[in-house]
Design a protein around this ligand. Structure first.
Ligand code: IVH
Length: 691
């Protein structure tokens, strides 16, 4: 784009022409934004257009017509929905892909519940709808709020839009609980989707890639009048907050939902063996082409709500349910080029750049090749015809190449020995599948990827700091370490003048950053991007160390691998020697110490908050289970202890408060006696921490 002329040097004719052009552009973008939910330019670029028009009108007041977009007050209003915090988190489902996974699920549940062999375990199965999950809140029988899932804790308020959906009851019949949250899926049938796209094409409007995208685009409209004319529907399949129990089984919930006027997914079955589940899965898969909405699998749910309660959750998904996915969709295309990407911990990942192709309704142009060995094993080369597949929301993969159709000139891909981003040596440590860039701090790719991780949705969740902007600010040297993000305000004036930015977008960004100056300990730990430390491990660390100062001082002590601190770290559930080494190694690195200290100056890191309402004699205590328990499975005992706020460790140290010794307890019991740790029998424990 040419640099715009100084306004003072425009002739009146030039000014009039430019103003007219700007108005046309602004109106065009307003339409895309408001009516089609498909903006083509950033908010910042839009602000820049308005700013230029305003400036011209100021110098040439005759051009400031009544109907100019500048006469509307303010810039385009924040295109945002209000946030809604879910009273009960909206979780996701663990996936099963194979028959074995389903058998494992069934056995795992039985084992957790400690079910005797002659006791049946009922499972309800129903289709998994590929739409958008939504939570509908009814109070005194009236629909008062509807929210999208969001990150599971907080979603967007789409009440006005959901009220336009015909299959959502506005009012519940008498007898429904005072407070009732119904969870389900908003979707569009395939027939309606075709019709919608035809209408869109006729009106020269956006064509949707698949019914799911169409449903998402239609639900997230700022103008509910548009949602109203879109053919959205709703299936109910679960409950959130309820003021009173409504059923004893999942099947009972389905029945109630129907009575209250909701449509529930069909077909449905209740069975008590994995083989029957598999049969149902096969049946639905077979019927899939005749079903008028997109399904991506079958959901299995433990039928008894009492069992569901006992089973509880692990990380973000319930132990009592699993999604049995349908086989991945495959397609054939050409692999143009193999590029090697560098991740935040230096891992080199080969990625295939493909001739774009539609796989099960999604346009795919890149797919992962996993690592050097995989690629060599499958003999995948540039220029090959390849089969790719996509399953659910996982990254598309290259399954195999079709060597028969290969050109004579084709050569195997030579995996680089050096990092493509910084040129440092790339090495592969023993036992690892991936080559890793040794550039560490000097590698720009690693630095940028770490920053991207830091601001990502599951970490600091800073809106407006997308990948491109992070890279730009990094190249500008405005952000070198995470703490620099919190000092961006000093560049505000410079930024405002930039192409693509404006007053409003800078203000929004700085506000989004300010909102994150206070953060939970677990998010903080996760954000650091320590190798092998995902959300679940970060939470365990937060729970174990309680506050940041304690964590940091313990990490110092951990440098003595024989000492009590390192043993205590190893004692945390699921933290083995390799993870422990990565954690301690991270905090031993002076650069990381500096980065953390720097962050501490900018932030308030909150102490670990245990799940609100629990006050029990075991809250905050560290406990170890050993030997065979008789009343419940080891796993249930652990889960229940954690629910009461106890920290369950896997080895005994002087920090252990209680050792619960079942039958035939061995070395851990011995160690507890030696260290003088209090030992409880299973019954004593149950008295102290009743379920
Ligand atoms: S039950 C605790 N039943 O799949 C979670 N979910 O991939 C209870 N979904 O987040 C969910 N059809 O949005 C359930 N029949 C069904 C479903 C279903 C689709 C969605 C749901 C969930 C996602 C997980």
């Amino acid at each position: 784009m040419n640099k715009p002329k100084k306004i003072s040097s425009l002739t009146p004719i030039e000014a009039a022409a430019e103003a007219a052009d700007l108005r046309r552009q602004i109106l065009h973008h307003d339409k895309l934004y408001y009516q089609k939910d498909a903006p083509e330019i950033s908010d910042a670029a839009y602000d820049a257009l308005r700013k230029r028009l305003e400036a011209i009108e100021q110098v040439f007041p005759a051009l400031a017509t009544q109907d100019s977009p500048t006469q509307k007050i303010g810039a385009r209003p924040a295109r945002e929905f209000a946030k809604v915090r879910h009273a009960v988190p909206m979780l996701s489902l663990a996936n099963s892909f194979s028959d074995e996974d389903v058998i494992d699920f069934f056995d795992r549940v039985r084992k957790f519940l400690h079910l005797p062999d002659d006791e049946k375990l009922e499972i309800l199965a129903e289709p998994k709808i590929d739409g958008l999950s939504c939570s509908l809140r009814y109070e005194k029988g009236l629909l008062v709020q509807a929210a999208t899932r969001g990150d599971g804790e907080e979603g967007e308020d789409v009440t006005a839009n959901v009220k336009t959906i015909k299959t959502v009851p506005q009012k519940l019949p008498k007898g429904a609980p005072e407070v009732l949250e119904v969870r389900g899926e908003v979707y569009i049938t395939r027939a309606d989707f075709e019709k919608l796209n035809q209408a869109q094409a006729a009106a020269e409007e956006k064509i949707f890639a698949n019914p799911r995208n169409a449903a998402a685009g239609s639900l997230r409209q700022l103008d509910p009048r548009i949602t109203e004319i879109r053919p959205l529907r709703f299936f109910g399949y679960a409950l959130g907050e309820v003021s009173e129990a409504v059923a004893a089984t999942q099947e009972g919930i389905r029945r109630k939902l129907s009575q209250w006027g909701f449509v529930v997914p069909e077909p449905e079955t209740v069975v008590d063996s994995p083989s029957s589940l598999l049969k149902f899965h096969a049946r639905v898969y077979e019927e899939r082409p005749t079903i008028d909405y997109d399904l991506d699998g079958v959901v299995y749910k433990v039928n008894s709500l009492d069992y569901q309660k006992r089973l509880g959750f692990i990380s973000r998904s319930p132990r009592w349910a699993t999604a049995h996915k349908f086989p991945a969709e495959q397609a054939e295309t050409i692999l143009h080029k193999i590029v090697v990407q560098v991740g935040r911990t230096g891992t080199l990942t080969p990625v295939a750049e493909l001739e774009p192709i539609n796989v099960g309704g999604v346009l795919v142009s890149r797919a992962t090749l996993h690592n050097e060995d995989e690629m060599a094993r499958k003999d995948i080369r540039e220029g090959d015809y390849v089969i790719i597949q996509r399953a659910g929301d996982v990254i598309p993969q290259v399954v195999k190449s079709l060597p028969a159709r290969r050109k004579k000139s084709s050569r195997p891909f030579v995996f680089p020995d050096r990092c493509p981003e910084c040129g440092s040596l790339a090495v592969r440590e023993e036992g690892e599948v991936a080559k890793r860039c040794t550039g560490g701090l000097i590698c720009p790719a690693q630095a940028v990827e770490r920053l991207k991780h830091f601001v990502s949705r599951t970490a600091f969740d800073i809106e407006g700091l997308g990948d491109k902007i992070i890279r730009e600010f990094w190249e500008e040297k405005w952000i070198k370490t995470p703490a620099d993000i919190f000092r961006l305000a000093k560049y505000a004036e410079t930024l405002k003048e930039r192409e693509g930015w404006g007053e409003l977008s800078v203000k929004n960004l700085l506000e989004a950053i300010e909102e994150r100056r206070t953060i939970s300990l677990e998010r903080f730990i996760y954000s650091l991007g320590i190798r092998q430390v995902g959300q679940a491990t970060a939470k365990k660390l937060a729970q174990h160390y309680q506050n940041l100062d304690h964590l940091l001082s313990q990490m110092k002590e951990c440098r003595d691998r024989e000492g009590a601190a390192f043993q205590s770290l190893l004692g945390i559930e699921d933290i083995g020697p390799s993870v422990a080494e990565d954690i301690v190694g991270f905090f031993a690195e002076p650069h990381n110490q500096h980065a953390v200290k720097d962050l501490q100056r900018e932030l308030t890191v909150k102490d670990f908050e245990r799940s609100k309402t629990v006050h029990s004699p075991v809250t905050g205590k560290t406990v170890v289970f050993t030997g065979k328990l008789l009343k419940m499975s080891r796993e249930e005992a652990k889960a229940q202890a954690e629910a009461l706020g106890a920290v369950v460790a896997s080895s005994v140290s002087k920090n252990t408060d209680y050792v619960i010794a079942g039958e035939d307890a061995g070395s851990k019991l011995k160690k507890a006696t030696e260290l003088g740790v209090k030992v409880l029998s299973e019954d004593e424990w149950l008295k102290l921490a009743p379920p």
